[in-house]
Design a protein around this ligand. Structure first.
Ligand SMILES: Cc1cc2nc3c(=O)[nH]c(=O)nc-3n(C[C@H](O)[C@H](O)[C@H](O)COP(=O)(O)OP(=O)(O)OC[C@H]3O[C@@H](n4cnc5c(N)ncnc54)[C@H](O)[C@@H]3O)c2cc1C
Length: 407
């Protein structure tokens, strides 16, 4: 197999690199030099709630990307995207990850936009896509509920039609970023008597509508990333439905035609392992890790090999997509492997630095690699749960990939 770029791909890669060199604000450049591992930059957070310096950088960068259609590289040009091919998106994502350049847009650009492009009316596209690209509408995804995660089809949050409105009552769980977003898209039960996947509709709503309440869920790493959302007699216009009534399950499951290789994840893994090695070679790092270096040596080598495997999973998925095939169990393999590799890399860092790994404060002078392995050790626990838990991914690999019977 030949992994080398074609001459057009090499030219595009150079174009992305030059763009980053010329336009990435100095703020991110400084961060990159200071913060070799970089817990992912949250562009949306900076854009709205950042310090003046963070806001400036986030806006400048979003404006620069907008000029090229690169806030949504996978959207068609007529809607403000760049209409990049799968391979171009892959190269774009890889180069942005290498440069640790944040990608604006969140789930509005990655999920809502592509769904609306397929199922939205011309009026909806005109009303929502532009503001989503410009960061004026920031979206949270309200799918999961207390009794509906892996078994999403069991969702109960009700929407009842009343004249020109939907009236919504119930609860959603794990509504990530709802404390920073101003719009929600989600799945709601509109026909309780229909078979469970057939009585669901895809609705969108302004979060300032009376009756919506957002309550924080604080993780064990003291992180506020996700929320519970409550809906009490929430009235939204009837036109806020995307796709047909009671066909929302199929709208929500729209296969999205964008690059799904998670090449950014592979690049990040490699950077983390390299940062661990670089630190262990500094005088302080050598002193901190000396008693365990022999013990963890083979662990580090294993992680490096596994990161190579992850690159190859990414290449496999993107080459399938480039050939017009939709990755199926292959995407599950990559998700399960990548999320668990992230956990193993953090674990290896913890082992290498022993008691120093107990330091949580990133500013502490004795914290190995800015305490990023310690923080990632805690934060990465959820990676094997969200986006479809790894047990569910393994079920998919077993049935669709290996052809095993359902248990
Ligand atoms: C940090 C975080 C952010 C999230 N963000 C969002 C968001 O923005 N929007 C949103 O809608 N959702 C979000 N989710 C929800 C996420 O999609 C669900 O947590 C996930 O699908 C698992 O569902 P659950 O939590 O209900 O667990 P359950 O489905 O109750 O599963 C519990 C356990 O049982 C296992 N299990 C369940 N069914 C099977 C089966 N058939 N075979 C084998 N094992 C099984 C699971 O793997 C898991 O280990 C988020 C979750 C987390 C943790």
């Amino acid at each position: 197999m030949d992994w080398a770029d074609t001459s057009e791909q090499a030219q595009f890669r150079q174009e992305v690199r030059s763009f980053i060199e010329q336009r990435l604000p100095a703020h991110y450049e400084v961060r990159r030099q200071r913060d070799t591992v970089g817990l992912e930059d949250n562009h949306e957070q900076h854009y709205v709630h950042g310090t003046p310096e963070e806001k400036d950088a986030a806006r400048q960068w979003a404006d620069a990307l907008m000029e090229r259609g690169w806030v949504a590289p996978h959207w068609p040009k007529e809607y403000g995207g760049a209409g990049l091919s799968t391979m171009e998106q892959f190269i774009y994502n890889q180069e942005m990850a290498v440069a640790q350049a944040p990608q604006p847009g969140g789930s509005g650009v990655s999920l809502l936009g592509p769904t609306m492009l397929v199922h939205g009316t011309p009026e909806q596209k005109a009303k929502y896509l532009g503001p989503t690209l410009r960061g004026e509408m920031r979206w949270a995804q309200g799918f999961s509920e207390p009794g509906a995660g892996s078994d999403l089809g069991s969702l109960q949050c009700r929407a009842v039609r009343d004249g020109d409105e939907w009236v919504i009552n119930g609860q959603k769980l794990w509504t990530s970023t709802a404390h920073k977003s101003n719009w929600i898209f989600g799945l709601f039960r509109t026909d309780p008597d229909a078979p469970k996947h057939r009585g669901i509709s895809f609705l969108i709503m302004d979060q300032s509508t009376p009756g919506i309440q957002v309550r924080p869920i604080i993780s064990m790493g003291w992180e506020h990333a996700t929320n519970e959302t409550f809906y009490e007699d929430v009235r939204i216009p009837a036109e806020n439905i995307v796709g047909e009534q009671n066909r929302g399950w199929y709208v929500g499951m729209t296969l999205l035609d964008f690059e799904r290789s998670n090449i950014a994840g592979a690049v990040t893994m490699r950077r983390r392992i390299q940062a661990m090695l670089d630190y262990a070679k500094t005088p302080r790092g050598a002193e901190q890790s000396a008693p365990r270096q022999r013990l963890v040596r083979s662990n580090v080598a294993d992680r490096w090999i596994e990161s190579e495997v992850m690159f190859n999973f990414s290449f496999r998925i993107v080459s399938m997509q480039a050939a017009g095939t939709i990755p199926n169990y292959e995407a599950s393999t990559s998700k399960a492997f990548g999320s668990e590799l992230g956990q193993r890399v953090a674990n290896t860092g913890m082992k290498m630095f022993g008691m120093y790994s107990n330091i949580w404060d990133r500013q502490d002078a004795h914290a190995p690699v800015d305490a990023s392995f310690t923080q990632e050790y805690v934060h990465s626990v959820v990676h094997s749960i969200f986006g479809g838990s790894n047990e569910i991914q393994r079920n998919i690999i077993a049935t669709r990939g290996l052809g095993l019977p359902r248990g």
